[in-house]
Design a protein around this ligand. Sequence first.
Ligand code: ZN
Length: 256
Amino acid sequence: MNRLIRPFLCLYFFFLNFLNDRQGVFVLIYHRINDDLAPNHLIISTEKFKEQMKYLQQWCEVISITRLTEMLAYQVPRRLTGKPQVVITLDDGYRDNFLNAFPILKKLNLPTTIFLATGFVGTDRKMSRYADRPTPDMLSWEEVRTMSEQNITFGPHTKNHPHLPGLSCAEQRAEIESSRQAIKEQVASPVADSVFCYPYGEYNHDTLKVMRDLGFKAAFTIKPGMNEGHEAPLELKRLEINGTENLVQFMKKFSK
Ligand SMILES: [Zn+2]
C-alpha cells in the first residue's frame, strides 16, 4: 500500500471504530505464516503478517486469551481505549509459526495463543493437506517451550485433528483429554486447562458435553463475527484471516 495513504486510512478506520463504539472482542485465526506456499485462507506471507501485526499493535487493543475468558466470566467485554479489542490465535502448530511469526510477535510484544494438534508436535507426521512438505513441518516441543517464555500460550486442538462429530463421545473425550495432557506435560501453559479450539470448527452435542465435563471455560469455532458477551462461551466466534486480502480489507474487519 502507498505509504503516504496508509496513515490517513488508519486514522479513518480508527475514528470509524471509535464512532461505531460496538463493544466486543474479535478473535483472529491464522494457520501458516509461510513464504514458500501460495497465500490462501490458511496461509499468509511473513511480510503481510508483519504489516497486520503492526496495525493491530498501533490501532487495536490486543488482549490475551486469559483476559478474554475473564471478561466473559464477568460479562464485561468492555473496551476502555476506544480501540477494537482483538485476540490473536494460530491453529495446528506449524513450524513456520516459530520461524516466521514468533520473531514478529516477540518484537511487538503481542500476546498470542497457539492451538496445538499435539499428535503432530515433535514428530514427522504431516497434516494431510501438506503431505508433500519437507520434514519437519510441525513445531517441536523445544520450540513450543521457547515461545512459551515470551507471551505465547498454548491450548489443545485434539491429538490427531479429526472431524470430531464423526467420533463417539468416548473417542472425542480421548482426543481432547490427551491433547490437553500432552501440553501440560511438555510446557507450562496457563490456558491449557481452560481453552480449546475445534478442528475445522466442527463440534456436536457430545463435544459440548465433553467440554463441560472436562471443565473448559471457552472454546473456539470458525463462525465469523465479534464476541459481544452473550455468546455461549463454548461456541465463540473467530475471524479467518485470508492471506490474499490486502491491509484495507483487513482493517475493515474491525469496523463491522
Ligand atoms: Zn486445525
